[in-house]
Write a new protein. Sequence first.
Length: 350
Amino acid sequence: QDPVPSRAARRQTPAQKLRDELRRLLGESWSEELERDVPRAWQRHGDLVLLSEDSFRAALWEKLGTVLWEMVASALGARRLARRGRILPDGMRSPSVTLLLGQDSWVEHVDNGIRYTFDVTKCMFSPGNITEKLRVASLPCSGEVLVDLYAGIGYFTLPYLVHAAAAFAHACEWNGHAVEALRRNLALNGVQDRCRVHHGDSRQLELRNVADRVNLGLIPSSEEGWPVACRVLKGTGGVLHIHHNVETLPAPAPPQTLVLRAERGSPEGAGSDGEVQHPTEDSGKETLVARIRPEWQRWAEATAARIRGLLAELHGQPWRTSILHIEAVKSYAPHVHHLVLDLECRPTLP
């Protein structure tokens, strides 16, 4: 009769369970080098677990092949397994992800009641912007037309259509794999009739004078989209949501910044077993509730002035731009913050 597992064994995290099973599998061959190769955190997409690129790199693992991957999947409660490689320098942030176990690499993710499906080997899911997705979902966009210049798989297009009640969206995306996922996601959420997908370079977008709101969700800078955003904005004006990474000079004394820790179980938080509930580019896992730094204000004012100039040139008459809000989405590095500027643009009445 098998002994009843001790309370300690029952309390084991999946990471510990995985390490113990691998140690049993390898017996005498176990080494410190192999131990370092065992992942302590991973990303879960439904029944698929995505391992980090630095896991299982030693030659011995490769020899084990399917035996290894089946054991890892079983220990982590998954049916499919993939491992990420380096992001390809193709201008589309394509992930180089290899499917290790399973046939199908399409996964589904539910975020704020919105269903996203994508091929993990072709597209990245960017959860670091969850706070911004929640924010745009709460904007009052009833009856408005949105132009999303960098739609991806629908990160922002979908919250605008599903929750913010935008009447119609034009979603622009040049990566064919993302476009395929975007079309599936629009249908999955029942909003395909309220969106037109423009596959191609948004700088060549033919639209003019249609948008109440333009989303420019490209970092480190969306600057190349500013002239297009001005062209697509209605003649009566509207709001631009301009994303940008802004560098802050380290202050001599630390600024009084209130930092709220993401709660366990919240989308940005990690579970107690080391599993990252959502893949996150930001290891900080902190929500910034920061005072507006002088550099952020200067960037916002300079951007407002640039947009004002572009609009005046385009329409042959002066426009005014008003800074409605500056949102700190996340920090990428100690002194680099992903910001969003909500900029209202209106023609100056004669």
